[in-house]
Design a binder for this molecule. Structure first.
Ligand code: PHB
Length: 390
């Protein structure tokens, strides 16, 4: 047996042992929340942690007689770090649930640990379709890029957009967005004339945007992860692409509520498709946004916050139903099939795929009370992830 194999099988044995050990725990229920709290994806960590704490403040920290303990760890969005932290949380802290996962590579790096230790992994942010297939212990409360992209590819050709260039971050969610937007647009009689990919880390959009200007499509379709949208918007406007008659469209990651209000009036009219807007007109969402802003110096919650808030709901409900008995498999079973109202609208955790089924809204950036919002103008109801291979 080589050294690497020995080490990995030892780690697997320790993880398997710790799966049993969690049963003999005291009266605490531990949630290991791994998030990027610093670095390029730090806004995701800030939003999800704030939402998780809000959920606990509103719903108490005791469920089925167990005291909920939230252990937050910063993985700086480096997947090796996510994996190491997950291992420590399972083996040393004996967490009952792993959660968070700011980007796809972090979720994929952690999936095996969830499987080996039989610990449910609640993915609150990462959105590549295949993540739920990486471990039977993954449950997702965020969204998938195929889910969000297809509605926009149905809307575009009906609204004068036939010739499109796509620009995506060059990794899982970007490739999903590119693939599903392109094939659906083509199916609808439109055309993607160029597919551009920018690096995830420290992207420079300028040379790519110059190329788009030269091609002069009807629209530029963009996917960049939460936190990068403002830079794209700024450079798009600086180059006068809107004045040259090129429309900016994309999944709602680009007009992220965390940044939208600082993007300026140049963002007005941008159409995106997504599962959550802070302007979603439901009583539950109004309450959620108000409470979130009150607790966080007026910070507006974005779609990451909602993934975190609903992820906590899924965990609380699973604990309530199982009364804390039965370990990871029982919890996982009680997470599957949950149906409830989220600030985003009604959602459902598909018991087969463990992925979220939800409404996808078409939205346009408008000014309301002097602030920029993604205002919903149409909805496709109960959208399943179209990216599932089985
Ligand atoms: C991801 O890495 O899966 C991801 C991150 C941020 C987003 C969407 C997807 O806004």
């Amino acid at each position: 047996m080589n050294k690497r194999h020995f080490l990995s099988s030892t780690a697997a044995a320790v993880l398997a042992l710790s799966a049993g050990a969690t049963l003999a725990q005291d009266n605490t229920f531990k949630i290991g929340l791994i998030l990027p709290m610093t670095g390029q994806q730090a806004t995701t960590g800030r939003q999800i942690e704030a939402a998780a704490r809000l959920y606990m403040a509103q719903n108490g920290d005791t469920v089925a007689g167990k005291k909920i303990q939230l252990i937050v760890k910063d993985d700086t969005s480096i997947p090796d770090m996510t994996k190491r932290l997950a291992q420590e949380l399972v083996v040393n802290d004996k967490v009952n649930v792993l959660a968070g996962m700011g980007i796809t590579p972090s979720a994929l790096a952690t999936a095996q640990i969830a499987t080996q230790s039989k610990t449910p992994l609640v993915v609150m942010a990462a959105a590549t379709s295949s993540i739920t297939e990486a471990s039977p212990y993954v449950v997702r409360t965020s969204f998938t890029l195929p889910q969000a992209s297809v509605a926009l590819a149905d809307w575009a050709p009906k609204n004068g957009i036939k010739k499109v260039v796509t620009l995506v971050s060059d990794y899982g969610p970007g490739l999903d967005a590119e693939k599903f937007f392109t094939s659906r647009l083509q199916f609808n009689g439109g055309q993607v004339v160029e597919q551009l990919r920018v690096p995830l880390r420290s992207p420079d959009f300028a040379p790519f945007l110059q190329k788009v200007r030269d091609i002069k499509p009807d629209a530029l379709f963009v996917f960049v992860p939460s936190g990068a949208g403002a830079a794209v918007m700024k450079q798009f406007l600086e180059r006068g692409m809107d004045k040259a008659g090129i429309r900016l469209i994309g999944t709602g990651d680009v007009t992220d509520d965390d940044q939208l209000n600082d993007m300026g009036d140049g963002a007005l009219g941008v159409v995106t498709s997504h599962h959550y807007s802070a302007a979603h007109p439901s009583a539950m969402n109004k309450k959620f946004v108000e409470a979130f802003q009150k607790a966080n110096k007026n910070l507006r919650p974005n779609f990451m916050a909602v993934g975190g808030y609903d992820g906590m709901r899924v965990i609380y409900e699973a604990l309530r139903v199982t009364k804390g008995n039965g370990g990871g498999d029982a919890l996982l079973g009680a997470m599957k099939g949950q149906i409830f109202e989220s600030p985003r609208g009604p959602i459902f955790i598909d018991a087969q795929t463990r992925d979220v089924v939800q409404n996808i809204y078409l939205r346009k950036v408008e000014k309301k009370d002097g602030q920029l919002y993604n205002v919903e103008f149409d909805v496709v109801k109960d959208v399943k992830d179209p990216g599932k291979t089985k």
